[in-house]
Ligand binder design. Structure first.
Ligand code: FE2
Length: 363
């Protein structure tokens, strides 16, 4: 098959935040990211400061504006801290732009070549749900640390890594009856196909419901589940998100680890709060999952969830929101063969989320 948009994976994820210096300290201290690159007044950038963090294959960029009137400041005013860019690695950013725009993608910016002594990078960008964008990054002719304009960020503060290895999937929340529209966007303009779909019978509790479809590129390297709210007795977590993010946006970033027990123990000791399910979840687990390598008591102590599919099983856990608005959060996931997304955990998980919504007065 001729793939008109071959992707090398997620290149980086950029957050617009109110205070990038402090956010960088948080992601280093709490999640074990390392200082990687920096752009700001000291490097000749006048209107913003960007801190780039890395852990294995994951690159986060935290950007803050230096003046009150700018696109970045407006984004933060409206949405709070959140994901602006999901950057996709490509071998040809001009072709990626032309092929997707030809198929109906709304342009964000046309191809730009930026250069420094380390070579050149071509970027281009299209819009996706809400104010979120995809930047195509062609870096095959570049040997610098991150992108032209950035310098290496040397820091004497080096918290140990926590085992976070790669981005597994990135989930978007969209508005009522918009899931199909955005899935079609990924199908028609980026050539993705649908991996799985969940309806409100799969994902509902006594009170709330949502629907979800997982879109994937041809190689399976890039997976984007899309959620929309569904009718329930009370307000769903997707509606709460949209009410506080003021529109569609990235709900969670799932990050893989080769050892979830060690990673989660470490993150908890660094102050990361996770959603917890009731103890009864673990009493029923052996019957539902069968034999697994881990001790159920260890999983219960940390609050790690397990699900099985035809290919194997997976272990997963979800942080509480990473900022004060109940918006973006992380999932930590370890796959042991399974290629699915934890359907068997939805009910217990969503009941846990509802307890948090209730505490916030948003159920
Ligand atoms: Fe997920």
């Amino acid at each position: 098959m001729n793939d008109f948009l071959p992707l090398n994976g997620i290149d980086y994820i950029e957050f617009y935040v109110g205070n990038a210096k402090q956010a960088a300290h948080f992601y280093k201290t709490a999640f074990g990211f390392e200082s990687f690159a920096y752009a700001g007044p000291e490097t000749g950038v006048r209107d913003r400061a960007s801190y780039v963090l890395r852990q294995r294959k994951i690159i986060l960029v935290l950007t803050t504006p230096l003046q009150p009137v700018s696109e970045i400041a407006a984004h933060i005013h409206l949405h709070g801290d959140g994901v602006k860019v999901i950057a996709l690695g490509v071998d040809d950013a001009v072709s990626a732009y032309n092929e997707t725009v030809k198929r109906g993608a709304k342009p964000h910016f046309a191809p730009i070549t930026s250069e420094d002594a380390n070579g050149k990078v071509v970027t281009s960008a299209i819009c996706t749900y809400g104010d979120t964008v995809h930047v195509f990054v062609e870096r095959k002719d570049y040997n610098g640390v991150f992108l032209p304009g950035y310098q290496a960020w040397e820091s004497s503060y080096k918290p140990a890594a926590t085992g976070l290895a790669a981005v597994d999937h990135i989930v978007g929340n969209v508005g009522w009856f918009e899931m199909t529209k955005w899935c079609n966007f990924y199908k028609d303009t980026l050539g993705f196909s649908q991996l799985i779909s969940f309806d409100d019978k799969d994902i509902s509790t006594e009170y709330t419901a949502l629907m979800s479809k997982v879109m994937s590129n041809g190689t399976g390297k890039v997976k984007f589940p899309i959620n929309e709210p569904a009718e329930g007795k009370k307000k769903s977590q997707i509606e709460e998100y949209i009410e506080f993010y003021k529109g569609p946006g990235v709900q969670h970033i799932a990050i893989s680890t080769p050892n979830i027990l060690e990673t989660v123990k470490d993150l908890q000791s660094r102050g990361i709060d996770f959603l917890r399910v009731p103890a009864t979840y673990y009493e029923e687990l052996r019957g539902r999952i069968g034999n697994i390598d881990e001790e159920i008591a260890d999983l219960a102590e940390l609050g790690i969830l397990v699900d099985r599919d035809d290919d194997g099983y997976l272990l997963q856990i979800f942080t509480k929101p990473l900022e004060d608005r109940p918006t973006v959060f992380f999932e930590i996931i370890q796959r042991k063969g399974a290629r699915s997304f934890g359907k068997g955990n939805f009910k217990a998980l969503f009941e846990a989320i509802e307890r948090e919504q209730e505490l916030r007065g948003n159920l």
